[in-house]
Write a protein that binds this ligand. Structure first.
Ligand SMILES: [Zn+2]
Length: 52
């Protein structure tokens, strides 16, 4: 298993890449039920759930 968004997204990442992250979240169809992170691919989350 590679790096998940859950692991990659931390405070440091958000400070540097907030605009990118927000843009990505808007297009994301998955949320992690454990960490509350969003991603465009369920493989990037540790407990993914599809959202509308
Ligand atoms: Zn997670």
């Amino acid at each position: 298993m590679g790096k998940t968004m859950c692991k990659v997204i931390d405070r440091k990442y958000l400070k540097k890449n907030l605009d990118d992250y927000v843009r990505m979240v808007k297009k994301s169809g998955w949320v992690c039920m454990k960490c509350g992170r969003f991603a465009p691919d369920k493989k990037l989350l540790c407990d993914a759930k599809e959202i509308d």
